[in-house]
Write a protein that binds this ligand. Structure first.
Ligand SMILES: Cc1ncc(COP(=O)(O)O)c(C=O)c1O
Length: 396
């Protein structure tokens, strides 16, 4: 066994070192062990609309259950194109400019692998969703972080310009942004667009939380002048319809960029989720009330958890979108004699309070930047949020 361990260690791709079991799995295991309320990992504890699930169930029983076409079933591609038109006035040709993927995660991976080679640089706003750094490493490219400083997380345009080099290929944007809950303002998106145009960068825009904005309608960067032709936009049925386990996502992009991503997808998964695709198509065509309802429900949960955390003694960082909110732990840790650094704090919190959160440190390459922040997911039932608040309010 020891020899096998050594052999595997020697074979392991050095670029993936440091990307072991994620903290999310570790924290979920800790939640189970300590019977804690898990506000760590970001998935809802209530499934999405039953009418969508009914179509999926019917399709599992009666088909389609065989490989769909490589780019996705034509009707789902049509529904994705209709959705981009309906909400953002963006036109995409379902036959050449839409690609169905195995979740947004594959859309991100296919885009990066398709467009980056060794030595290429990908500019990301840090903190980042955790798949970005690993995927960039798998492609052999280099992540170049531009830090968004808490608590305002404002874009530093000079820092963005300073991050561009002759090796820059992609700019990876995420709005609304995980883990901060930031929604990039129109002014910020225009500044990012100006840099992308000036330096001829492709923008990969991860918009999986597009229907969870609390400050006004979502603005895709592809809708800004001269941006459609250089942007790959990514969506997720898992997020939009609360079926995170389905892993159905999509890309909308000009045909050349979509073709590039499709080449990578072909050899990552080829195709995915045949019987779920008609169900997602139906979901994308639901009336506006569904999408407004999702936002309003999450807005109420954000306010519920924010108020509860504030009352319990956390410094809550305002959240404009997503189903996450961050809190600064410094004063809470001092008041309750808990560690003041986020990983140690989150490891101690289940024992101390019976609640699991995620240390924001794991979303940064520049670890110090996230050391005093933790992230909670508020896409949970009200009584679960209330119970977590009560536990946090009663820590000794
Ligand atoms: C910013 C961001 N992008 C992508 C994903 C993954 O989406 P999917 O489950 O559709 O692969 C997540 C999931 O948490 C996310 O937060």
């Amino acid at each position: 066994m020891a020899d096998l361990a050594r052999m595997v260690e020697a074979l392991r791709n050095p670029r993936l070192q440091g990307f072991g079991t994620t903290i999310f799995a570790e924290m979920s295991a800790l939640a189970l062990r300590t019977e804690s309320i898990n506000l760590g990992q970001g998935f809802p504890d209530t499934d999405g609309p039953v009418e969508i699930a009914d179509i999926a169930a019917e399709c599992v029983r009666n088909g389609p259950n065989q490989y769909p076409p490589l780019p996705g079933q034509p009707d789902l591609r049509a529904a994705v194109a209709e959705h981009q038109q309906r909400f953002y006035g963006l036109s995409y040709d379902p036959d050449t400019e839409v690609l169905v993927t195995a979740g947004a995660t594959e859309a991100i991976a296919a885009s990066i692998i398709a467009l980056c080679d060794h030595g290429d640089e990908v500019i990301v706003f840090e903190p980042t969703y955790d798949s970005y750094a690993a995927t960039i490493a798998m492609a052999g490219a280099t992540l170049v972080p531009v830090i968004l400083e808490a608590p305002a997380y404002e874009l530093d345009v000079d820092a963005l310009r300073g991050a561009v080099t002759p090796n820059s290929r992609l700019l990876l944007l995420n709005t609304p942004h995980n883990p901060t809950g930031k929604v990039f303002s129109e002014e910020e998106l225009r500044a990012i667009a100006a840099v992308a145009i000036e330096y001829d960068l492709v923008v990969v825009s991860d918009e999986v939380y597009e229907h969870m904005t609390f400050t006004g309608p979502h603005l895709p960067i592809a809708s800004l002048p001269e941006m459609r032709e250089r942007t790959i936009t990514i969506g997720s049925a898992g997020k939009t319809f609360s079926f995170t386990g389905w892993k159905v996502g999509w890309i909308t992009a000009p045909s050349e960029l979509r073709a590039a991503a499709m080449t990578a997808k072909q050899f990552l998964t080829f195709v995915n989720a045949a019987p779920l695709q008609p169900a997602v198509a139906m979901g994308l065509r639901l009336p506006d009330a569904y999408f407004a309802g999702l936002r309003n429900e999450l807005l109420a949960k954000r306010d519920r958890l924010s108020a509860g955390l504030l009352a319990a003694g956390f410094d809550v960082v305002p959240t404009q979108g997503t189903y996450f909110l961050s809190a600064n732990i410094t004063s809470f840790a001092a008041a309750h004699n808990l560690p003041a650094t986020s990983i140690e704090f989150c490891l101690a919190l289940p024992e101390a309070a019976g609640v699991v959160a995620v240390p924001s440190e794991v979303f940064y390459q520049t670890k110090e930047a996230g050391r005093s922040l933790i992230r909670f997911a508020f896409c949970k039932k009200d009584d679960v949020l209330d119970a977590a608040i009560e536990r946090l309010s009663n820590v000794n």
